[in-house]
Design a protein. Sequence first.
Length: 260
Amino acid sequence: MKQLLKLNSVTLRFGGLTALSDVSWGIPPLGIHGIIGPNGAGKSTLFNLVTGIYKPVKGSILFEETELQKLKTAEISRLGIARTFQNIRLLPHLTSLENLLVVTSIEREGAFWQTLLSTPSARKISEETKERAFSLLKLVGLADGEKKYPDSLPYGEQRKLEIARALMRKPKLLLLDEPAAGMNPNEKNALDSVLRDIADRNITILVIEHDMKFIMNSCQHITVINQGSICAEGTPSEIQNNPHVIETYLGKKAKQAVLN
């Protein structure tokens, strides 16, 4: 099967510590793919490699056959990869709408001078950008929150606003690092619906999450990382019934909680 993202024998070390060891792995285009594993297993490290924050000491990372390991973070973003982080990184002094608009104003070449001169092309781009921003706020369930500041939003809505901001980059691949962390059950259900709507727009989603019930319900395919290596892959059902995963990560009680 054709892979959208592929790692070939990737190794990353920090001094004498090996964070990822000879990882060969990939995901096909489309769908919602999950990554689980204990704390310190290498999950966020993998995201940092894909987005260019870290560089592997060995191996290659390919996105649509383009090698990423030699590219800068901004270059990787322009290829169609966007992400969120474990810690919310919204701009508190900007409204929800402005948090989205600032993404394209920073990235668009020549945007500063066009806006300063108020050229017709700048005004047209601005209207198009606003329409897209409004559309994304509606997509994540924040259609009525365009003028609100992030700190005034409930935690779950801040998470969704961060996802909308990532979508402003028009990604083909969206990386979400623990998007359900700190959410209550209702917020998690709403997030699940948002992710499905995003996937329906032909955007591939790769999500790291510790909430087993959430990830088992939301993802079609799951990868398990432990101690810097891939130890299992499969459908949610296959992962739940994998003896090695149950023993080393899920545990019998956790498995029962997921099934209930």
